[in-house]
Ligand binder design. Structure first.
Ligand code: ZN
Ligand code: ZN
Length: 392
């Protein structure tokens, strides 16, 4: 057993410092792979704490390595994301974004700060046995920065055996956590359907093959996949979000396209939906004498925790706030998260920390959203306790 590092108290010097760091990052949001200032700030802070720092991993990614005072063979990765959204902030407080069209609307400024806070505590008293890797990734929003770090050798360069992530969650009260033993976030895939018919005069449909009518049947048929092919106990969404076709009242077009997204929580159901969608698109079109094809734009896989790792996270969170303030296995989100790629490589878990109850925190990606500075110590303390628990 090792001694425990002191936790960060509310309104302590470190808490107030973290609030400054967080607001500074918030004022200077940077989007995917352009997190130059942010990653410099992160690297400088880690260096100042005495960590071994590696930069430019997967673009702007940073890894700080901290070895415990005691020998040990545990190698634990703790991950935060650094990127902002291409969104114009509507907040008017002093630390609002200084870059029009860019905003920390998902709280990654807070995630980065909480992990820096944990690094500060653990560097000050490295009373653990093993090595902690503080992973700061670029481009979580839509551009798979986690995957790019992996492709750039994250797990070959560093012998990380387990990885952990955390996201703030509006709707969960301040001082609370939520932990899932399995799926936390959904997979996401885009698709483009192209329907080709034979266009012509709208008054002479008997001479033509109408791709608009085919599109209507395809739209209706797709929902049978959710209702009749997906396991009743599984979750899935198919949404057609965009239709393009035609240009006049009296002309049936040659071509219509449909575009949308698929979300699931299981890889098997993800494959099933894609396969059924392709069959329905091709065969529905051919039944009407038209032709159609579908192209998928694969997005993030589902974020799936390993139960044993999730149980450890639950215990650590419960020790901090009490069991009554940690939800176990609430409904997952159909949003997506690229930490999924890390969990495909290594066991671990990704948890939610409450950013404030509904009405107290704006939703993620809302132009009025802001990360709740009151939870900075709790999030950092969670990382500290988790690291110490895993490396004792
Ligand atoms: Zn986001
Ligand atoms: Zn996010």
């Amino acid at each position: 057993m090792t001694a425990k590092a002191e936790l960060i108290a509310a309104n302590s010097t470190l808490h107030l410092q973290m609030q400054e760091w967080r607001r500074d990052i918030h004022q200077h949001p940077e989007t995917a792979y352009e997190e130059l200032r942010t990653s410099n700030v992160v690297a400088e802070r880690l260096q100042a704490l005495g960590l071994e720092v590696h930069t430019q991993i997967g673009g702007t990614g940073v890894v700080g390595v901290l070895r415990g005072r005691h020998p040990g063979d545990k190698h634990i990765g703790l991950r935060a994301d650094m990127d902002a959204l291409p969104l114009t902030e509507l907040n008017t407080f002093a630390h609002a974004s200084r870059h029009p069209g860019k905003m920390h609307g998902c709280g990654h400024d807070g995630h980065t700060t909480m992990l820096l806070g944990a690094a500060a505590v653990l560097a000050h008293s490295p009373d653990f046995a093993g090595t902690i890797y503080f992973i700061f990734q670029p481009a979580e929003e839509m551009q798979a920065g986690a995957k790019r770090m992996i492709d750039d050798g994250l797990f070959e360069r560093f012998p990380i055996a387990e990885v952990y992530g955390m996201h703030n969650w509006p709707g969960i009260p301040e001082g609370h956590f939520a932990v899932h033993p399995g799926a936390v976030m959904a997979s996401t895939d885009g698709f483009d359907i192209e329907i080709h018919g034979q266009g012509g005069h709208a008054a002479m449909p008997d001479m033509l093959t109408d791709p608009v009518l085919v599109a209507g049947h395809i739209i209706t048929a797709t929902q049978s996949i959710i209702a009749r092919n997906l396991k009743p106990t599984s979750s899935g969404v198919i949404s057609i979000t965009r239709m393009v076709g035609g240009s006049a009242y009296n002309v049936i077009p040659e071509h219509v396209s449909l575009h949308g997204t698929i979300r699931t929580l299981e890889e098997s159901q993800r494959q099933l939906i894609k396969q059924r969608l392709q069959q329905l698109v091709e065969h529905t079109a051919s039944a009407f004498g038209a032709s159609a094809s579908i192209r998928f734009n694969p997005g993030y896989p589902a974020t799936i925790n390993r139960q044993a790792n999730a149980e450890t996270c639950y215990q650590v969170a419960s020790e901090l706030v009490g069991e009554g303030c940690v939800q176990w296995n609430p409904p997952p989100s159909m949003g997506a998260e690229d930490f999924a790629y890390m969990l495909q490589q290594r066991p671990g878990a990704y948890i939610w920390i409450g950013n404030g109850a509904a009405g107290e925190s704006h939703a993620l990606h809302n132009p009025h959203y802001d990360f709740n500075d009151q939870i900075l110590p709790l999030g950092a303390n969670y990382w500290v306790q988790l690291a110490q628990r895993l490396c004792r």
